[in-house]
Design a protein around this ligand. Structure first.
Ligand code: SF4
Length: 314
């Protein structure tokens, strides 16, 4: 099989800056889940560790070569055609790469399905990153089995306990991502369980909630942006919920007066991007007037700015 470099990009990410991607499974999809919404297609054979593997020396070589070509990289995003923590030498790879990232002032981010975070060697590897983003679509076993379709033996309780323990040790930015699917994890019971679980974690930088936006592996339906917004108000106010939306939806643009907008922001602080995506031109004008009138405060969560009514106390 021809060797493909593990590096791709750079991509200008709104949230993380200029990012260079590192694909730890460049040749074939290797994952221990078979998620209904996977953009990489259906999984014929789930694996617990990588079968096709690139050496850590080759990965570091590819990264250095790319860094010499592309200057001003802010972050290196470790991902995979599948699940990146199935790369067995991840801890050793980070031992090799950490000094380079410190010397060049490049942050490291990994995107994981969290299935292996309870394993000591994986946890040690993830602790070496500056930013870790973990998926957690469900907090109940029934829902987890239905959406993420894990390999036999992977348990949601292990994942939840693993994230909790990791969150108390990790000093970097920890992000959680939840993808909502219609009629599966958008029920009151599932959201309540997710809420309880998220409240047990420590110091979460941001929780991104979203829905399917690209062709999924199986026939599943996204929820509407309206519902996504309603779900965001069902979580505890102390949780830094952020509505992740890649494309604006012109079909759903609400219109709010200044008073209605203040009320909405008191229920759930929103970003400027959320307001632009959710509401029409007049509402954006009202938002700008509220800003000029000094009626809104900015609440920073990581590098994202949320707006809420002035002197609103959580
Ligand atoms: S964990 Fe990611 S790569 Fe694996 S099946 Fe799910 S969406 Fe696809």
């Amino acid at each position: 099989m021809a060797y493909h470099t593990v590096v791709f990009g750079p991509i200008n990410s709104r949230r993380f800056g200029i990012s260079l991607g590192v694909d730890l499974s460049p040749n074939i999809k290797q994952c221990n889940f078979d998620c209904l919404y996977c953009e990489l297609g259906k999984e014929n054979e789930r694996v617990s560790k990588q079968i096709s593997k690139v050496s850590k020396e080759q990965i570091v070589y590819d990264i250095l070569e790319a860094l010499n070509k592309f200057k001003d990289i802010d972050v290196l995003t470790f991902t995979a055609n599948g699940e990146p923590t199935l790369y067995e030498d991840l801890n050793e790879l980070m031992e090799l790469f950490q000094p380079i990232s410190i010397q060049r002032n490049i942050k490291t981010l990994i995107l994981s399905n969290a299935s292996t975070i309870w394993m000591p060697n994986v946890k040690n590897a993830l602790l070496k990153f500056n930013k870790v983003k973990l998926s957690l679509d469900c907090a109940t076993n029934r829902c987890f089995q239905q959406i993420d379709r894990p390999m036999r033996g992977i348990r949601i309780d292990h994942i939840k306990d693993g994230i909790k323990s990791f969150s108390y040790e990790f000093k970097g930015d920890l992000y959680i991502e939840i993808l909502f699917l219609d009629n599966i994890n958008n029920s009151y019971i599932e959201i309540e369980e997710l809420n309880k679980t998220l409240l047990s974690f420590n110091n979460i930088t941001r929780i991104d909630i979203g829905t399917v936006e690209r062709p999924p592996a199986y026939s599943v339906r996204p929820i509407t942006y309206d519902e996504l917004y309603k779900i965001s108000t069902m979580f505890d106010r102390s949780l830094p919920i952020y509505i992740a939306k890649k494309q604006d939806n012109e079909n759903f643009k609400g219109s709010l007066t200044k008073t209605e907008l203040l009320h909405t922001l008191s229920l759930r602080p929103l970003t400027r991007y959320d307001i632009g995506s959710l509401f029409d031109f007049q509402t954006i004008e009202n938002f700008n007037i509220l800003l000029i009138e000094g009626l809104l405060d900015i609440k920073r969560v990581g590098n994202v700015e949320f707006y809420q009514p002035h002197q609103y106390k959580d």
